[in-house]
Write a protein that binds this ligand. Structure first.
Ligand SMILES: CC(C)(COP(=O)(O)OP(=O)(O)OC[C@H]1O[C@@H](n2cnc3c(N)ncnc32)[C@H](O)[C@@H]1OP(=O)(O)O)[C@@H](O)C(=O)NCCC(=O)NCCS
Length: 210
């Protein structure tokens, strides 16, 4: 089977490689801009060079293994011609009616309910639950153990920290960050940091756009 190139060699890359292997893919190599990582290994896979080098290894399929949404977005813009691999862990429960976009990774023990729509290059991390009819846009990262009630909407590039709980039907705006452990009981506007129980806007993130 043709290997999948893993772009990014930080901590998140190990989790992505583990998920790729568990899902039956082979890893074609790991690539990273950080020269100090070249020649090192992630889970036994050598970091072969910068992402531009992956074609020299005959690789066409790739996934961006960078947890930071802004950096993942920038990396995807850099390679408009790559074929992005979608990865779903075999122990995830994804309803057949749910849709998952290209380059998105769905980690172990996640549950994705009927008619949920997940965009491209998103991360649905370990044991997260995405309720029925939720819309999770491109480049979102839903961290581990976060629970979205039904019909929630998460805007492009938003980050939901570990263990966030969202009541049904609420919206989080584009490129916003919801701190770990928050309970989202009302809409969160675009480009803000919201924290706490119930979640309250702590500061603006305007200017942080990629
Ligand atoms: C929100 C977060 C991203 C920090 O963002 P930041 O811009 O660096 O914010 P700061 O650390 O400067 O904190 C700003 C304020 O929010 C508070 N705050 C930060 N995170 C908070 C949280 N999760 N819950 C409640 N309050 C929080 C801080 O105490 C601080 O309050 P103060 O201004 O009254 O002192 C971080 O705390 C967080 O929750 N990260 C989630 C990490 C995670 O889940 N990763 C998953 C990886 S898979």
């Amino acid at each position: 089977m043709e290997g999948v190139a893993v772009i990014g060699a930080g901590g998140h890359a190990g989790v992505v490689i583990d998920t790729l292997l568990e899902a039956g893919f082979s890893v074609g190599g790991v690539f990273d801009d950080d020269v100090s990582r070249h020649g090192t290994e992630v889970l036994g896979y050598k970091v072969l060079g910068p992402p531009e080098a992956l074609r020299a290894y005959g690789l066409r399929k790739a996934i961006v293994a960078i947890g930071d949404n802004h950096l993942r977005y920038a990396m995807v813009q850099r390679f408009p011609d790559l074929e992005w691999q979608t990865v779903i862990h075999p122990d995830a429960r994804v309803h057949p009616n749910a849709r998952i976009g290209v380059g998105t990774i769905v980690m172990v023990r996640t549950i994705i309910r009927p008619n949920a729509v997940i965009g491209a290059h998103a991360i649905i991390n370990t044991a997260a639950i995405v309720g029925h009819e939720c819309v999770v846009e491109d480049f979102v990262h839903v961290a581990g153990s976060t629970h979205l009630g039904g019909e929630c909407h998460i805007g492009t590039g938003a980050f939901l920290g570990l263990g966030v709980v969202m009541v049904p039907g609420v919206h989080v705006g584009v490129w916003s960050v919801v701190g770990a452990g928050a309970a989202v009981t009302g809409d969160v506007p675009a480009q803000v940091l919201a924290v706490g129980v119930p979640a309250r806007v702590k500061k603006s993130l305007l200017g942080d756009l990629p």
